[in-house]
Design a protein around this ligand. Sequence first.
Ligand SMILES: Nc1ncnc2c1ncn2[C@@H]1O[C@H](COP(=O)(O)OP(=O)(O)OP(=O)(O)O)[C@@H](O)[C@H]1O
Length: 456
Amino acid sequence: MSHTVYRLNVHLEGEGPQYFRRGAEDKVKAKIFEGNAKLSQLEMFMKQCLEESRQQISEIRNVTFAQLPETHWFNQKTNRWQKRKRERKIVGRLYPVLPNHTEKFALYQLLLYKKGPLGWDDLKTPPNSTTPCKTFVECAKLMGLLDDIEIWRRTLFEASNVGNPRTMRNLFAQILLLGYVADPLALWNEFLPHMYDTRNLRQNDEIERSRRINIALCLLNRLLGHHFTNNAFFHIPMPENYNAVCDDENEFFFGQNRALDGENESDPTLAEFPLQRRNDDAIETEDIGNYATLASYLRLNEEQKIVVDIVVRAMQSSPSDATTPRLVFMNGAGGTGKTFVYKTIIDMFIKYRRYVIMTASTGVAAQLLPRGMTVHKAFSIPLDVLDVNKIPSISGGSVMAQRIRKSEAIIIDEISMLHKNVLRMVNEACKNVEANNETRKLPFAGKVILLGGDFR
Ligand SMILES: Nc1ncnc2c1ncn2[C@@H]1O[C@H](COP(=O)(O)OP(=O)(O)OP(=O)(O)O)[C@@H](O)[C@H]1O
C-alpha cells in the first residue's frame, strides 16, 4: 500500500459530531446549548481559513478539504489542523454522501470543488458573486456541480408520451429510489401534470385538481412506503388524509386494491374517495366451511390436504379449545410441495378474507411466497437473537402491531434455518400486542402457527 487514506466527515451546519467520554454527556450537552460546542474538523478548517484570510496568509487556504490531510493533520488535543513536519504519503477522502440527501450531497460536491472556504455562507456563494445562495443545492446547481437531474428529466419526458399517471408515478418512484436524484421536488413539480389524472378536469376547477393531486401524492407515498421511506424523505409534500385514500392494511393482507391499482384502462385518481370500507364484523362471520370445494384445494395431494385441513380446523375452533392443535409443523424435503400448501392456504385466506402473516427465515425464501416477508421484518426481531433477554420492540399502536393483532395465523417457512429464540420472540410479540387478556395467556396469543421446513 503506497498511501494512507485519511477519512473526513462531511456534515451540514450544526450537525457536526461531538466526541466525549462516557459520563460526560451533560457537560457536552451544556456546551452545545451555550453555543460552545467543539468545532468539527470541517468547521475548524473553515475557521482556520478565515483566520488566514484576515492575516493575509495562504497556507491551508490554497487547498480543498479533501486535499488538506496531505499537508496537515488534525490535533485532537488542540482541536486544530496542524502542518505536518515530515512529508507523508497521505490522501484525504470525504466520507461518501448519498445523493438523495440532497443538501448534504450538494455540500459534498462544493467541498470537493472549493478551496479554502471561509465559512458556511462562503461555501454557498458561487464564484463571481458576493451573495450566498439560500441552499447548497442552489449554489451547486449554479456552479454546474449537480446535473444528474437531466437524465431523469429526459427519461420522464419520454415516458410521458406514452405513460398514464400510474406508470408515471411508478417510474418516478423507481427513479427516486434508485437514481439518487439531487432535487426530487423540482422533478416532481415539472412532471406533476403527468402524475395525476387530468381527464374531464375543468380548467378552473382548482378544488378537484388539488383533490386529484393529493391522491397522486398518497399513491406515490405508498409506493415509497413499500421501500420503508416516504414523500417527505425526498422533500416532496406529504399527502393529506392518507388513510382515507390508501387502505394499506387491506392491501397488505388481501392484495392490491383494484380501484387504486388495477387501472390500465382507467386512472385511480378518478375513483371516488374515501373508499367504502369493509365491514370487519361481516368478515369475521364469513364461512370458511366450504373450502374443500376450492379449485386450489382440489389440486392438493392427500398429505398436503392433511396439513390444510388441520390449519382450517384450528381456525374454525376457539383459541382456548385445547383439543384442537393450533401449532402445526410441516416437514418435507425440498420440492415436496410445501410452498404449494402455503399458496393454497393464502389463496383461501384471501378468498375468505381472513388475516394471515406469511414469513420465511430468509429474504430469498420470503420472495418465493405470496406476500412473504422475513420473520425479522414482520415481528421486528432484533439482529442479535442469541440474547435471551431481548424482546421485539413493537409499539402497540404501530402498523406492525395492528397486523399481528389482526392475524389469525402465522406461517413461517424454512424454520430449520431459524434460531429457537426467534420463535420465542415471535411468541412474545404476539402476546405483547394482543388486546384480549385471556388470549394473551395462550401460546402465540392463540394464533394458528404453521411452521414448514426440512430438518434432514
Ligand atoms: N399438489 C400439487 N399439484 C401440482 N403441482 C404441485 C403440487 N405440489 C407441488 N407441486 C409442484 O411441485 C414443485 C415443487 O413444489 P414446492 O415448490 O411447493 O416445494 P417445496 O417443498 O416448497 O420446495 P422447497 O423446499 O425447495 O422450496 C412446484 O413446481 C409445485 O408447483
